[in-house]
Design a protein around this ligand. Structure first.
Ligand code: GTP
Ligand code: MG
Length: 596
């Protein structure tokens, strides 16, 4: 092709150059003979024209191949972080940004998840005011819980609260709201997708009698997802090391469990994960690694082990398709062409919700209830899947979820969810396929991460920095922020991931801001923090800590870390951030694979 091109260039530049002989002997050799006859010249030009056409054809074919190759190129991104860090919400934002039509089409399917979230908030209130649980009022808030999944630890030997006259009327509320508790189980059953056989374990709520709140207490046969033995099953692969648990030192009355940032040993220790927070109880410490037995968390100590055990839907579940028309019907009926709305179906959950709406509103507005929640430091308004301020709208017969409702909906991920999209034609990276993997962040899900490490181009790690005063749902002895620090440490020091781009989302900044403004002090949980308790200082502090850990522990010193302060439920801001992140990741990866 190149020779043909040269010939072509020569024919363009030197058609009549018989008299002007170049001094360069190579160019001189390429010139036509000085005694060329008109016939010879015509033949030569014809040959050159044919060569030019051949060359152009080859170029066109190569360009076409290049386009096809580019189209086939994929960039794989893994979303990592603890449970409720916002991974699935970030994935939803990618979908909303890149495949909005598909996102909008699926909105109706989220109706049932949103109902379930609402019903579970009601259940949490009922649990909080139940006489059985009142013994557990802990003024010093070790059991502080603002998330759906968080668990309040009850101390059985504490005397009852003395505000007898201030007691909310638990029995009356329980009776009037009983239909919702029935509904909860029904919703869980329908969401578990009977048509998908792989989903046998889609939801794990232990069986309970909807008429008996005592059944909300932890059952004897608690689901394996909270079992201590599975909690630390190593998620790292052979070449990446595992770590012990982020155990909080045993709680001492009157003092919050302190958070310790993992130490940052030199690179030579990058594969060992000594446990940083050996508590006075001796529950952890040197040797408390992945194979060390952990004392199991007795399900009987936590009131909420059963009730807080979140429903989840397995990867590959057909649930969104199943509810594509917004109805609880079999696939067959759903596609039978009936056009009636779900509100015309007397069996639709909306009717129970609609009937119970006035009592739900009364419950939520009851000052005694609010007082009880405040005493127990339960901030439901900061919890996942919070819709209690919008009961009228959500329980309306023709309720249709908005984008924001879907982003707020909480459905725990189990397994790995894959989302693919191809960048639009008008972008610089047109044709590049983008694959995002959303994993389950709960401890018993982390073993599913490792197989993706080999083949991934970038990681978006989410650390919910508002969670500094919360505990893991799956292990209430573990502070959530500390768990994030340990997970972060494992990811950044992994040699397997040394050349993977990492973007850090310090997430739930909106909740962090509200929390700090409401007077919750970081120092109370993190004694090493000695600065003003305002949002700017605290968020900057976290940025520096996470950044410093990366600088010290990363086996790849030239890796650049991108840190963003995020609230991934905020669509406009998140779309700007993920567009930037997408371009940074694509640029880095395309450069390294010489695609640009
Ligand atoms: N207010 C607020 N809520 C958030 C933010 N990010 C996520 N959430 C909510 O937190 C809940 C949990 O988010 P998910 O995206 O489901 O968390 P996840 O990391 O996928 O959790 P797993 O699937 O259990 O691993 C959802 O109800 C989200 O709407 C945030 O920045 N601010
Ligand atoms: Mg998820």
């Amino acid at each position: 092709m190149r020779a043909a091109k040269s010939t072509h260039a020569r024919s363009q530049q030197l058609p009549n150059d018989h008299d002007r002989r170049p001094s360069d002997p190579f160019l001189a050799a390429l010139l036509p003979p000085p005694d060329e006859t008109p016939e010879q010249r015509e033949a030569r030009l014809q040959q050159e024209e044919e060569a030019r056409k051949r060359s152009e054809n080859i170029d066109r074919m190569l360009r076409h191949d290049d386009k096809r190759n580019r189209r086939k190129k994929t960039v794989k991104v893994l979303l990592l972080g603890q449970s409720e860090s916002g991974k699935s919400t970030t994935l939803k934002q990618f979908q909303l940004l890149h495949t909005p039509a598909a996102f909008h089409k699926e909105r109706i399917a989220w109706r049932f998840v949103i109902y379930l979230n609402l019903v579970r908030s009601i259940r949490r209130i009922l649990e909080a005011i139940s006489p059985e649980d009142n013994n557990g009022l802990d003024e010093e808030d070790f059991g502080d819980s603002t998330e759906t999944a968080s668990i309040i630890i009850a101390s059985p030997d504490r005397p009852s609260s003395s505000h007898a006259s201030n007691q909310p009327n638990y029995e009356a509320y329980r009776r009037r709201l009983a239909p919702l508790m029935d509904l909860e189980q029904r919703l869980i059953n329908v969401l578990s997708d009977p048509e998908d056989n792989s989903d046998k374990e889609a939801t794990h709520l232990p069986g309970f009698s909807p008429h008996s709140f005592s059944a909300f207490a932890a059952p004897a046969g608690i689901s394996p997802s909270t079992s201590a033995s599975s909690a630390y099953s190593g998620w790292t692969s052979a070449s990446a090391s595992s770590h012990g648990g982020a155990r909080v030192p045993a709680h001492q009355p009157g003092r919050p469990p302190p958070i310790t940032i993992p130490p940052t040993p030199g690179p030579s220790h990058s594969h060992s994960h000594p446990h940083p927070t050996a508590g006075p109880s001796g529950a952890t410490g040197a040797g408390a690694g992945p194979t060390s037995p952990r004392s199991p968390t007795s399900p009987t100590v936590s009131l909420g082990s059963g009730s807080n055990h979140e429903p989840s839907i397995r990867t590959g579940s057909n649930w969104k398709k199943h509810f594509a028309l917004g109805k609880i019907q079999s696939q067959k009926t759903a596609h039978s062409g009936e056009l009636e709305g779900w509100w015309e179906d007397p069996g639709d959950p909306v009717h129970v919700l609609n009937r119970c709406a006035p009592v739900m509103k009364e419950l939520w507005a009851d000052p005694k209830i609010q007082q009880r929640l405040a005493e127990k430091k339960i901030r439901l308004e900061e919890s996942s899947g919070f819709y209690l301020d919008e009961i009228d709208r959500i329980t309306a017969k023709m309720y249709f979820p908005t984008d924001d409702d879907v982003l707020k909906a909480r459905l725990k991920t189990t397994g790995v969810v894959e989302h693919k999209f191809t960048l639009a034609k008008n972008t610089e990276f047109r044709g590049v396929e983008w694959v995002i993997y959303d994993v389950g962040g709960a401890r018993n899900q982390r073993q599913a991460w490792a197989p993706y490490f080999d083949d991934v181009n970038a990681i978006i790690f989410l650390a919910p920095i508002s969670a500094f005063d919360q505990q893991l749902a799956e292990d209430p002895k573990v502070n959530r922020l500390e768990d994030s620090f340990l997970l972060w440490k494992s990811v950044i020091e992994s040699r397997l991931l040394a050349h993977v781009n990492i973007v850090l989302f310090l997430n739930k900044c909106d909740l962090l801001k509200k929390k700090l403004e409401s007077g919750v002090r970081l120092k109370h949980y993190m004694p090493s923090f000695n600065r003003p308790n305002d949002y700017d200082t605290v968020s900057q502090y976290f940025r520096n800590r996470f950044g410093a850990m990366h600088q010290q522990l990363s086996p790849n010193k030239s890796r650049e870390l991108f840190i963003h302060l995020t609230a991934v439920t905020d669509t406009p801001k998140t779309h700007i951030i993920i567009s930037n992140v997408r371009d940074i990741i694509l640029t880095a990866n395309l450069k390294s694979s010489s695609l640009m």
